[in-house]
Design a protein around this ligand. Structure first.
Ligand code: HDE
Length: 700
C-alpha cells in the first residue's frame, strides 16, 4: 500500500495530501475557537452592536463569516439515492484470481483493500425515512493500488429499463408528482404506475420491487448486485464476463409491510441507526463478494441477452463463485464530509475490469461525473479526502476551482524534454500496466448504421418476471400480490390499473387474478407481447423465505425484553445472558427509562422507554412481567400494542406466566412462536413464524 509520503511525493505537491488536510479538522489541534482565518474569537454569544440595545455593526466580521458559512452549508442532494448511510471497511481476497483478472485487489490470497460503502434509498429526499418500499443502492468504492474502482449496484439484480435514455422519465414518474410535491419516497401513485404500465420491460423489476426485497429489515441483511454484465481481463488480455453478487453473512431478512410503515413513524432513521450502532459496538457486518463468470459461448447459449439489464442468470444455471469478503468496521467521522460528499461513478474502473456494452451501463458512465460536478461544485472533487485515491495520482491536469494541490515546477504538458535540462519532467504513460479497453467480442463490436434501436434479443419482457414470481416461497408470493394491490389502490386512474393488470396476466394469470380481485375489478385480457412468454426452470435461490440466505440465527438480531416493577430479576438475567450467548442483543424496555424495580429490589435500567420503543424495533420480544407489572400494563395502550404488533408481525413472543393477561388482551393465540422465557424462546426467536400468517391476513 502506498504510504502517505509516497502519495505526497507522487503528487509532486511538496504540500499536504488530502488525508492530511482532513486530519487538520480535528478540534484538538486548536487551543481555542477561531474564525476560518485563524483569528481567536473572544465572544461567541453576542453580536457587535452600537450600544447594548442598538443595531448590529457591519464590521462584525466574526458574525458575518459565521452566518455566511452557515448560509452555504447545503449542497444539492443527489437527484436519486439522496438518503444514504455509509461506512468504511476493507475487502479481503479469498484467492489469487490472476487467471481471470489483473485487478490488483484480486491479485493474492488475503490481500486487503480499503473501501467505503454507501447504502441508500432511491426515490426519497435526503430527509425522508429509511423504510419506504424502495430499491436500495449498494455502492462500494474500493481504494485499490491502481486507482479507485466503484462498484455502484443495488440490492436487486435487475433494473426497470433497458436503455439509459429512459432514466429521467422513470425517475420523474416515481418522485413526488410535479404539481403536488407529494408523495415523498413512495411509488404508490398515479405517475409511477402510469409510466410502468406503459413500459413492459419494467415488469421483471416490478416483481422484485413489489416483493419483500424492497422492505429489508436492515441494511446489514440485504444482498447487493452489480446488475450489469462486466468484464474481467487478465494480463494476457483474456476476457471473462461476470456478474457481481454481494451476499450478507448476516443472512437476508425483510420486514412485514405493516411493520415497515410503523418503523417509519417510530424511528425514521431505523436502518441508518442499526448500521451505525452495529459497527460502533464491534458487530461488523460482512458480505461475501461472488462472481458468475462466463464466456461468450455460454452467453450465446442463454435464451436472453446478458447485455440486457432486466435479466438475471439464475444461480441454478450458473453458480456464484465467492472471491472475497467485505467487512465494514469503521463509521464515518463526519456525515457530510464523507457520506454526503462521496462521489461514486461506475466509470471508475481499474486495469483488470472493463465495461460491457449494456446500454444502461453505458449511459451511467456519463451521468455520474456530470452529477458530481453539479453537487460538489468543482472538477477537483476527486481531491476531497473521501474521494481521493489512496495510491499515487500523477498527471498534468491543473487548476480549476478549489484546487488543493500546489504542483512544483513548470512541467504541466507532455511530451516535454525538461528532464534533459535537469528539471522535473513529470510522469509518463505506461502502455503495459495502464488501463486498456478490451477489444470486446465480435457481437459487441458490431458496427453499422447509426440507429436508435433495441436489439431483438431484448424483446422478452415477461419470462423472467414469471420465473421470479413462480420461484419465490408462498408467503412471498402473497406479499407481492398484496403490495401490488396496495400500490394500485393508490392509483386514481382506472385505465392505468387495468393496463397494469393486463401486463400481469402475461407474468402469471393467477397473480393477475389475485390483484384484480384485490382491486375489485374484472381480470382484463393479457396485453400483447413481442415474443411468446417462456417457462424457465424455477430458481429456488431467488427465495428470501426458506432460501439459501434465510439463516435461522440470533446473531446480529435484537430482542426486546419488556420489564416493569416486580419483574423476576433472575429470569430476566438468565434470558439476557442466553440471548447474548446465542449472539443476539438483548434490549431492555420499561415503562420509564430510569428502569424498573426488580423482584430482588435492584433497579434494571431501561435501554428504551415503552412508548418510544415499540416492538417493531426488534426481531423478537420477551414479555417478562410480574403479576403487578402485568396488571398495570393492561391499561397502557403502548404495552398492548407492543404485544399485538409482535404477534401481527410474526415475531416470536416469549412470556412469563404472569404476562398471560396482556397476551390475551393483545389477541395472541398460542402457536409455535409463543413460548415461555426459556430455550424454546431462544430457538423461536431465530426466525419469523410464517405459519402464523394465514391466521392474521387474507393471503389471497
Ligand atoms: Fe444511478 N445514479 N443511474 N443507478 N445510482 C446516481 O449519481 C443514473 C442505475 C445507483 O451512494 C446519481 O452521485 C442513470 C442503476 C446508486 O452516492 C446519478 C441511470 C443502478 C447510486 C445516477 C442509473 C444505479 C446512484 C445520483 C440509468 C444499479 C447512489 C447521485 C442509466 C446498478 C450512489 C449520484 C451513492 C446514483 C444516474 C441507473 C445505482 C444521477 C443515468 C442501473 C447505488 O448520476
Amino acid at each position: 500500500m502506498a504510504t502517505t509520503s509516497d502519495i505526497e511525493t507522487a503528487r509532486g505537491t511538496g504540500g499536504e495530501t488530502h488525508q492530511q488536510i482532513a486530519k487538520k479538522a480535528d478540534h484538538k489541534t486548536a487551543p481555542h475557537l477561531t474564525t476560518n482565518q485563524g483569528i481567536p474569537v473572544s465572544d461567541n454569544q453576542n453580536q457587535l452592536k452600537s450600544g447594548a440595545r442598538g443595531p448590529v455593526l457591519l464590521e462584525d466580521f466574526v458574525l458575518r463569516e459565521k452566518i455566511f458559512h452557515f448560509d452555504h452549508e447545503r449542497i444539492p442532494e443527489r437527484i436519486v439515492h439522496a438518503r444514504g448511510s455509509a461506512a468504511h471497511g476493507f475487502f479481503e481476497a479469498y484467492e489469487d484470481l490472476s487467471d481471470i483478472t489483473k485487478a490488483d485487489l484480486f491479485s493474492e490470497k488475503g490481500k486487503r483493500t480499503p473501501l467505503f460503502t454507501r447504502f441508500s434509498t432511491v426515490a426519497g429526499g435526503s430527509g425522508s425515512v429509511d423504510t419506504p418500499r424502495d430499491v436500495r443502492g449498494f455502492a462500494v468504492k474500493f481504494y485499490t493500488q491502481e486507482g479507485n474502482w466503484d462498484l455502484v449496484g443495488n440490492n436487486i439484480p435487475v433494473f426497470f429499463i433497458q436503455d439509459a435514455i429512459k432514466f429521467p422519465d422513470l425517475i420523474h414518474s416515481v418522485k413526488m408528482e410535479a404539481d403536488k410535491g407529494y408523495p415523498q419516497a413512495a411509488s404508490a401513485h398515479d405517475t409511477f404506475w402510469d409510466f410502468i404500465s406503459l413500459m413492459p420491460e419494467a415488469t421483471h423489476m416490478i416483481m422484485w420491487a413489489m416483493s419483500d426485497r424492497t422492505i429489508p429489515r436492515t441494511l446489514r441483511t440485504m444482498q447487493g448486485f452489480g446488475i450489469h454484465t462486466f468484464k474481467l481481463v487478465n494480463a494476457k488480455g483474456k476476457v471473462t464476463f461476470v456478474k457481481f453478487h454481494w451476499k450478507p453473512k448476516q443472512g437476508v431478512a425483510s420486514t412485514i409491510w405493516d411493520e415497515a410503515v410503523k418503523i417509519a413513524g417510530a424511528d425514521p432513521d431505523f436502518q441508518r441507526r442499526d448500521l451505525f450502532e452495529a459497527i460502533d459496538r464491534g458487530d461488523f457486518p460482512e458480505w461475501e463478494l461472488g462472481i458468475q463468470a462466463f464466456d461468450e459461448k455460454f452467453a450465446d447459449s442463454l435464451p436472453y441477452d446478458v447485455l440486457d439489464p432486466t435479466k438475471i442468470i439464475p444461480e441454478e444455471v450458473l453458480p456464484v463463485r465467492p472471491i472475497g469478503r467485505m467487512v465494514l468496521d469503521r463509521n464515518p467521522d463526519n456525515f457530510f464530509a464523507e457520506t454526503e460528499q462521496v462521489a461514486y461513478c461506475p466509470a471508475n474502473i481499474v486495469p483488470g475490469v472493463d465495461f460491457s456494452n449494456d446500454p444502461l451501463l453505458q449511459g451511467r458512465l456519463f451521468s455520474y461525473l456530470d452529477t458530481q460536478l453539479k453537487r460538489l461544485g468543482s472538477t477537483n472533487f476527486h481531491q476531497i479526502p473521501i474521494n481521493a485515491p489512496k495510491c499515487p495520482v500523477m498527471n498534468f491536469q491543473r487548476d480549476g476551482q478549489m484546487q488543493m494541490l500546489q504542483p512544483k515546477g513548470r512541467a504541466n504538458y507532455e511530451p516535454n524534454s525538461l528532464s534533459e535540462a535537469g528539471e522535473d519532467a513529470g510522469p509518463r504513460e505506461c502502455p503495459h500496466k495502464g488501463f486498456a479497453t478490451t477489444t470486446g467480442r465480435a457481437a459487441e463490436d458490431e458496427q453499422g448504421d447509426k440507429l436508435r434501436i433495441r436489439p431483438e434479443s431484448f424483446a422478452d419482457h415477461y419470462s423472467q418476471a414469471r420465473l421470479f414470481f413462480r420461484s419465490i416461497d408462498t408467503p412471498e408470493q402473497a406479499h407481492l400480490a398484496s403490495a401490488l394491490v396496495f400500490e394500485l389502490s393508490k392509483v386514481g386512474l382506472e385505465h392505468v390499473r387495468t393496463r397494469m393488470v393486463s401486463n400481469l396476466v402475461n407474468v402469471d394469470p393467477d397473480l393477475a387474478q389475485r390483484v384484480a380481485d384485490g382491486l375489485a375489478m374484472d381480470r382484463p385480457k393479457a396485453s400483447p407481447t413481442a415474443v411468446p412468454v417462456q417457462d424457465f426452470d424455477l430458481s429456488p435461490s431467488l427465495r428470501l423465505i426458506n432460501g439459501p440466505l434465510d439463516l435461522k440465527t440470533l446473531e446480529g438480531r435484537s430482542i426486546g425484553i419488556l420489564v416493569s416493577d416486580g419483574s423476576d430479576a433472575k429470569a430476566v438475567g438468565a434470558l439476557t445472558s442466553a440471548i447474548g450467548k446465542a449472539g443476539g442483543r438483548p434490549v431492555i424496555v420499561a415503562p420509564k427509562v430510569g428502569g424498573a424495580k426488580m423482584s430482588d429490589g435492584s433497579v434494571l435500567k431501561a435501554d428504551g422507554q415503552l412508548a418510544g420503543t415499540p416492538s417493531v424495533m426488534f426481531d423478537a420480544v420477551a414479555i417478562a412481567l410480574s403479576d403487578e407489572g402485568c396488571k398495570a400494563l393492561l391499561k397502557e395502550a403502548a404495552a398492548v400494542q407492543f404485544v399485538m404488533d409482535a404477534f401481527g408481525h410474526l415475531k416470536a413472543i416469549g412470556a412469563s406466566e404472569a404476562a398471560k393477561p396482556l397476551l390475551d388482551k393483545a389477541g395472541v393465540e398460542p402457536d409455535e412462536g409463543v413460548t415461555d422465557l426459556g430455550t424454546a424462546f431462544i430457538e423461536a426467536a431465530k426466525g419469523r413464524v410464517w405459519a402464523r400468517e394465514p391466521k392474521l391476513r387474507t393471503l389471497a
